[in-house]
Design a protein. Structure first.
Ligand code: HAM
Length: 424
């Protein structure tokens, strides 16, 4: 029979790799708590209409990347991103009435039917955050500062922060018109994909990777030229705050993003292309001051970001850490097994990480396994040790062995592990 395989673009993470993932996730959670964010969990499945309304009908995500199915006449979608669900939950639980400012973060899987390649998957994990209720440019700058700090902590010191402003709906309309005016006489020089976008969603053309489009866009107008005075003031203040924080950034006037909900501040953080290939965008985010009201809530400003965890793991220089274990309990013979089962339980109760070998294997095979799992000590007990009320404690790093009374084993091991820790 053929072995079943995972769905294309959806990956397993086995414990060896998981250590690197956990390192990133833990650093993220630590950073977010440090900045006063609380963790939120929302469902993986939401009504399809939520994403259509929040993300926008003419986006790639909604048009062709959503996993949508019907269950009992209801159209449901595996979430392609976390912001729409967070806003839904924020409103459903009456949070805007309960607190003026809300800071949430999340870590979880997202689903997009994209063409899989390095750094681009169909199920991927995001670490993201949303701030509701703070319209000021200081919170935009604080978010960049937080991200730069987090990236440094996980070993991505050279990430490039690109910032832009999309202004409000009126500015985008003005820009859209200016862009259409500029591009229309050059339509036949655009890629076929961008030609189609010219009528539906011209701003998305700026995001094209096609060299034909890049050439046409070289002299295109910049959105920063058509911003209102208020939007310009917001963007300038945001940049002044970044300067005050010493956060590195570049203004990228052509930066647009694949989701339609953004207003004003927009940003992306890129890692080294050499490592990440086409998936070099580590973090994407921005303000979406209209979404809460668009989804039926009060007018509440919001800003957020999400980072792709797989991409962070690829970008961060973390060595493959070997799993480690404090104790490996190796029973010999039937009496040994019963004795060691209790011994292993007592060790774990004292906080000593322990694996018990229940295979009835030879001592040699058990010690091989103890070394393979990175155990610090092997505890050996056969019929003879049980009868004498002792255990053999073998220091696997120093290849020393001593006989310890069963009653003293837990305390002895804790002492040795403590010494070990202070020595390292
Ligand atoms: P996004 O730019 O669509 O934004 O995704 C954010 C990040 O998720 C990307 O920069 C990338 O690292 C990762 N990512 C996206 N698609 C894939 C994929 N197919 N495979 C691997 N990684 C991927 C959002 O999702 C917004 N919700 C961010 C946000 C939050 N804006 C405001 N609040």
């Amino acid at each position: 029979m053929n072995l079943l395989r995972a769905v294309k673009g959806m990956n397993d993470v086995l414990p060896g790799e998981m250590a690197r993932v956990q390192r990133v996730e833990r650093a993220f959670a630590r950073t977010m708590e440090l900045y006063g964010f609380g963790e939120v969990r929302t469902p993986l499945v939401e009504p399809t209409s939520l994403f259509v309304r929040a993300i926008g009908e003419a986006t790639d995500v909604v048009e062709k990347e959503m996993y949508t199915f019907t269950h009992h006449d209801e159209s449901l979608t595996l979430r392609p991103e976390g912001t729409a669900g967070a806003v839904r939950a924020y409103l459903e639980h009456g949070v805007p009435q309960a607190e003026p400012v809300t800071r949430w973060y999340y870590i979880g899987p997202m689903f997009r039917a994209e063409r899989p390649q390095r750094g681009r998957y169909r199920q991927f994990w995001q670490a993201g955050a949303e701030v509701f209720g703070d319209a000021g440019p200081a919170s935009d700058a604080e978010m960049i500062d937080l991200l730069v700090r987090f990236l440094r902590e996980i070993g991505v010191p050279d990430a490039r922060v690109m910032v832009n402003s999309l202004g409000d709906a009126a500015a985008r309309e003005r820009y859209r018109a200016a862009l259409v005016d500029y591009l229309t006489p050059k339509t036949d020089r655009l890629s076929p994909y961008s030609q189609r976008r010219l009528t539906e969603n011209p701003l998305r053309i700026l995001d094209s990777k096609d060299p034909r489009d890049a050439e046409v866009l070289a002299d295109a107008p910049s959105i920063l030229e058509v911003l209102s005075a208020e939007d310009t003031a917001h963007f300038d203040a945001f940049r002044r705050h970044l300067d005050a924080l010493g956060a590195p950034y570049e203004v990228a006037p052509r930066l647009v993003r694949g989701l339609d909900y953004y207003t004003r501040t927009l940003f992306e953080i890129k890692g080294a292309t050499a490592k990440l290939g086409a998936g070099d965008t580590l973090v994407g985010g921005g303000r979406y001051d209209g979404m809460v009201a668009d989804l039926g809530g009060p007018s509440v400003p919001a800003i957020g970001f999400a980072a792709g965890i797989e991409r962070l793991v690829i970008a961060s220089d973390s060595p493959e850490t070997k799993r480690s274990l404090d104790a490996f309990v190796a029973p010999l013979g039937d009496a040994g097994i019963a004795h060691c089962l209790v011994l292993a339980r007592d060790l774990r109760a004292a906080g000593v990480s322990t694996e018990l070998d229940g295979r009835k294997a030879t001592l040699k095979a058990q010690l091989r396994r103890a070394n393979a799992v990175g155990a610090r000590f092997a505890l050996i007990a056969g019929d003879d040790e049980v009868a004498r009320g002792v255990v053999q404690v073998k220091d696997l790093a120093r290849t020393q062995q001593e006989t310890v009374a069963r009653a003293d084993v837990v305390a002895t091991l804790r002492r040795k592990l403590g010494e070990n820790e202070s020595a390292s």
